[in-house]
Design a protein around this ligand. Structure first.
Ligand SMILES: Cc1cc2nc3c(=O)[nH]c(=O)nc-3n(C[C@H](O)[C@H](O)[C@H](O)COP(=O)(O)OP(=O)(O)OC[C@H]3O[C@@H](n4cnc5c(N)ncnc54)[C@H](O)[C@@H]3O)c2cc1C
Length: 303
């Protein structure tokens, strides 16, 4: 199907994009177009104008400085996956980017477009939640603000962003030497979108876990922290038994809004939430794929 008609503008700076947004009611930004163009073709959105931000140099680039990875909103998944700086500072970012979609999606899709589209099935929302990212947002004039993941994500497909604001960058703290990370997902076989995704960051003192940040996506309208699991892990050694017991707590964190759809039932997704974070933790501790009880207790897929 063809997209509905719209006017087209190409912005050469963030301030020009904001000014164009302000002067065209119902306008939308377009970056790589990988989420927006399908919506246009399905007539699920009818913007009056598209403002192309794809050429704005200030929104590109990745830097690592003073313990912070700063990823410009226009960085593509490929830019992130192939950056040695990112890999050195926070390998989970590079690993997740490399597992998104297919080469075409990774080459055109941007991290900014991904998080602003705020699809519950996207990988970045859960991963950036576990990593305690900050979203850098520019509004009209000098107005700028930052938002935490819980402030930014809320309703599916509607992040907390005003119509005349531009997401300029995402900042993630570099990992400390004693932090370990892993992201595990049940990937949709056709698209790689997360049917369920679990992002795990643990801080270790020897073999004892001293802090944990775990977030789930794919199965709930907005990413959720698995606070019960985090609490159960802190102070423990990451033995198979302790991981199993902690991950069983995840049901307490999912609430009532687990998504059931044509890809997977809510019941399946609830069951897989525990499996995926267990899987991530077993990868971190080197206990994955050893035929452990946990590896074998995966419910049958109805995906
Ligand atoms: C076949 C396929 C498979 C995919 N698989 C995965 C997957 O496995 N995992 C996953 O996480 N994602 C997946 N995706 C989604 C993909 O990651 C996103 O479509 C892409 O990253 C969106 O970025 P974009 O630059 O194309 O955004 P666009 O489509 O250009 O924009 C998306 C939305 O964000 C807004 N926007 C864009 N940039 C900004 C900005 N800087 N400030 C404010 N608003 C902005 C636009 O107005 C629009 O509303 C897949 C997509 C496809 C088509």
């Amino acid at each position: 199907m063809f997209a509905p008609e719209f006017d087209y503008y190409k912005a050469s700076s963030v301030s020009e994009a904001i000014q164009l947004l302000g002067s065209h009611d119902g306008a939308k930004l377009i970056a790589g177009g990988h989420s927006l163009i399908p919506l246009l073709k399905l007539r699920l959105t009818r913007p009056t104008a598209l403002i192309d931000i794809g050429g704005i140099a200030d929104l590109k680039g990745i830097t690592v400085n003073n313990g912070t990875v700063r990823i410009g909103a226009l960085a593509t998944h490929w830019d992130i996956a192939s950056s040695h700086d990112v890999n050195d500072a926070c390998s989970m970012l590079a690993e997740v980017a490399g597992g998104i979609g297919d080469p075409h999606v990774r080459n055109r899709g941007t991290i900014g477009g991904n998080v602003v589209h705020a699809d519950p099935a996207s990988d970045w929302p859960a991963v950036l939640t576990a990593l305690n990212a900050r979203f850098l947002i520019q509004g009209p004039g000098e107005s700028a603000r930052t938002a935490s993941p819980s402030e930014f994500f809320g309703t599916p497909f509607e992040p907390n962003l005003f119509p005349n604001e531009v997401l300029t960058a995402v900042e993630v703290p570099s990992l400390a030497a004693n932090q370990r990370t892993e992201y595990a997902k049940v990937a949709h076989p056709a698209s790689s979108y997360a049917v369920v995704g679990g992002a795990v960051v643990v801080t270790m003192d020897g073999d004892r876990c001293t802090a944990a940040s775990i977030a789930l996506g794919g199965l709930v309208p907005a990413p959720v922290r698995a606070s019960s699991v985090e609490r159960a892990l802190i102070g423990q050694t990451l033995s198979v038994e302790n991981i199993m017991a902690a991950c069983d707590q995840v049901a307490n964190d999912l609430g009532e809004d687990v998504i059931g759809d044509i890809y997977a039932s809510a019941e399946y997704r609830r069951a897989m939430a525990a499996v995926e974070i267990r899987h991530a933790l077993f990868h971190i501790t080197g206990q994955a794929h050893h035929g452990s009880r946990a590896e074998m207790s995966v419910p049958p897929s109805n995906v």
